[in-house]
Design a protein around this ligand. Sequence first.
Ligand code: HEM
Length: 401
Amino acid sequence: MALQSTGDLFRPTDPAFLADPYPTYARLRREAPIARFEGWKAWIVTRHRDVDRLLRDRRLGRVMDEVPAPSAFPAFAAIQAGSLLEIEGAAHDRVRQVVHEAFTPRHVRALEARVVTLVDSLVDGLEARPERAADLLTDFAEPLPVTVIADLLGVPQADRGGLLPWSKAIIGMFEPERTPDMERAAERASAEFAAAIRRRIDAVRLVPADDLITRMVRAHDEDSARLREGEIVANAILFLNAGHEAVVNVIGNGMLALLRHPEQLDAVRGDPGLVAGAVEEMMRFDTPLQFFERLVLEDMTYEGHEWSRGTKLCLFYASANHDPEVFDEPTRFDVRRSKNPHLAFGLGVHYCIGAPLARIEVAAAVRALLERLPDLRLLTSEPAYEPRNVFRYLRELRVAY
Ligand code: HEM
């Protein structure tokens, strides 16, 4: 009989859990696959089949009311209010339609050459270091997606320095274990970030450019019912944040996995045809966004659980990605895995709009690092992760080459 409560099984602040959450997920899947965790006043869902089904279930969503309640963090609330990730139904369809074209596989393939050039110049930078050592996160994994997404949106060079610190502060607000300091930092960052985007909106109204902010401004100016002004700001910030945070972490967590499995590394180096599979396996093996929340929008019953409107669920994509019912030997890192229906990009209406772009960026990164740095190796055997539950990211990834 499955447990209804996580009891002692789930201790999200325990350093051992933060270092390696996967054994805990395995026990939860076996003993308490859908279980209440009072600490977060939420249900923790860990099996692939449940995460998959619940992500497609329209009785669940990210927000309950179209008009959000007054918030103690008005600047943060304002940038959430119209963001794709935080709207449902017709409003979500309307906004997604305006921006969809910028992220189609056809459109992002046109960016591939630029991504490859950028990756090459970053590897040039690594090669030029006399010490032949670097932090793969700050010296490579961060500048790549930040530059790609800032180019796509059209963020001026002068504002780019703010992107990483603003984004890091804002995503702190998604962590269930956040502190008041993290909340204040997120609020301040939201206000500064929104002001920078508004300046850019004013600038492209005077001198339009070939970028996504201009596209959104044009859609609004032609018909403000298609896209509201606040939605331009909210989504520009969402794209800039979502567009790099997870990519940094796939490169970081994924390269760590590759470097810890030298036979897999050699296989990919010897056969570029394996890169695409390696990228999927990197996302499955140590999933950058471990879970996302959903709210019950109307009273519902699921697998014997009766959930009233407003009930909170935490859907653990990272655990689903290690479910032995779906993945053979899930703890094995295997770039040749033939069946890999991982949920690292989510599923359903909020499925990651940036998935095609992310795949291009990570593949280009893996290809260049393996081809051009044949001696690439880890300098730390046990790299440490930030003490966070949603975003799984390394503090640093020291390598030599
Ligand atoms: C490997 C890198 C990436 C991963 C693992 C990832 C993961 C995810 C996940 C799990 C979701 C769904 C969240 C939910 O279920 O509530 C999501 C949504 C989203 N992602 Fe990504 N993402 C990545 C890269 C990107 C990139 C490059 C962009 C570029 C803009 C992006 C933009 C978005 C947006 C806008 C949404 C919200 C879509 C909606 O609600 O309609 N992501 N992403």
